[in-house]
Write a protein that binds this ligand. Structure first.
Ligand SMILES: Nc1ncnc2c1ncn2[C@@H]1O[C@H](COP(=O)(O)OP(=O)(O)OP(=O)(O)O)[C@@H](O)[C@H]1O
Ligand SMILES: [Mg+2]
Length: 311
């Protein structure tokens, strides 16, 4: 990892009897897109509020670019952009006027603001409708304007809470493109909380899964896949020209194979490690040929279900 932007150490929040966030240790690097996943009540929003310095941790600490979020909240605020689930804009003002209003609130100089506003509107693809009233915008356009609003500040870190909820597929893909663009073109670190796993899978470099305040899994999608493999969840799906007893015996003798399902000439070979090569070799040795062979990829959805169903 390069420069660390977000770091939490044993970050904990207790509300009465509820441990909302339980000793969370997170590290997110510069320019990384991090997906923060978890079911309702898992502790995502509480974590985000502590990262923003809006709620004090009960125990542990959070740092943004080295600034302690409890003791240096102004420094944190200066470098962090936050997009809540429902962004509020003035509907009777245009997109540009709304952004102008924000820059005034942030006491940005007019000339500097003009350049920043244009740049932000361009980044999110709203230049053409910059002078249209926001009341006429779709939800997806409003979310993109929300991202423009955050970009105007030139943040180092952007935190988005469910940025694609309630947006149609075309709008979602546009919003996601804009989010990736923030990271890739501006080097911004992005923390994105979501339930929409398919989407997160597409754009996140890394994900963290939180359940009951605890981080239960963390890493790249590939790493989470590998963890599943080591738990005996690996499956090779193969179709062969000819299924013989000889082949079945060869397959069963491969080290790590834990089970084989047969349907016609199609086999699912389960193992606790990657056995794709040995499977190919066995098929050819038996005198048969593989028509199709693939390692089953666990979509994030499956990974997510797995971590939540294991209680
Ligand atoms: N201000 C509060 N006072 C008391 N309990 C709270 C407060 N805020 C959150 N909680 C509790 O802390 C836990 C974590 O809530 P949090 O809002 O962080 O979850 P979440 O992951 O954001 O959920 P969701 O997906 O529903 O937004 C829940 O049990 C919630 O009821
Ligand atoms: Mg929440």
């Amino acid at each position: 990892m390069t420069v660390t932007v977000v770091e939490t150490a044993e970050l904990t929040k207790v509300y009465g009897e509820t441990i909302a966030v339980d000793k969370l240790n997170l590290k997110i690097g510069e320019g990384e897109v991090f997906g923060f996943l978890g079911p309702n009540g898992a502790g995502k929003t509480t974590t985000i509020l502590m990262l923003l310095g809006l709620t004090e941790p009960t125990y542990g600490e959070a740092r943004i670019s080295g600034y302690n979020t409890t003791f240096e909240p102004l420094n944190v605020k200066r470098i962090t952009g936050y997009l809540p689930e429902n962004v509020g804009f003035y509907n009777d003002l245009t997109a540009r006027e709304n952004l102008r209003y924000i820059t005034r609130l942030n006491s940005m100089r007019r000339q500097e603001a003009t350049g920043k506003i244009d740049e932000a509107l361009k980044s999110v693809g709203l230049m053409e409708v910059a002078d249209k009233e926001v009341g006429k915008f779709s939800k997806g356009m409003k979310q993109r304007l929300g991202i423009a609003d955050v970009l105007v500040k030139d943040p180092k870190l952007v935190i988005l809470d469910e940025p694609t909820t309630g947006i149609d597929p075309a709008g979602v893909s546009h919003v996601l493109d804009v989010i990736i663009g923030m990271a890739r073109n501006h080097g911004i670190t992005v923390l994105l909380s979501s339930h929409l796993l398919n989407q997160v899978q597409k754009i996140c470099d890394r994900v963290g899964i939180i359940a009951k305040g605890k981080l239960v899994a963390e890493g790249s999608i590939e790493k989470l896949n590998t963890e599943l493999f080591t738990k005996g969840q690996n499956a090779v799906e193969v179709q062969v020209t000819e299924l013989t007893d000889g082949l079945m015996n060869l397959l069963r003798s491969i080290v790590g194979v834990t089970g084989i399902d047969v349907t016609g000439n199609s086999l699912s070979i389960f193992s606790d490690r990657d056995v794709k090569k040995e499977v190919s070799k066995a098929i050819v040795e038996s005198g048969s040929l593989p028509i199709q062979i693939k390692t089953r990829d666990y979509a994030l959805e499956e990974i997510y279900m797995k971590y939540f169903s294991e209680d």
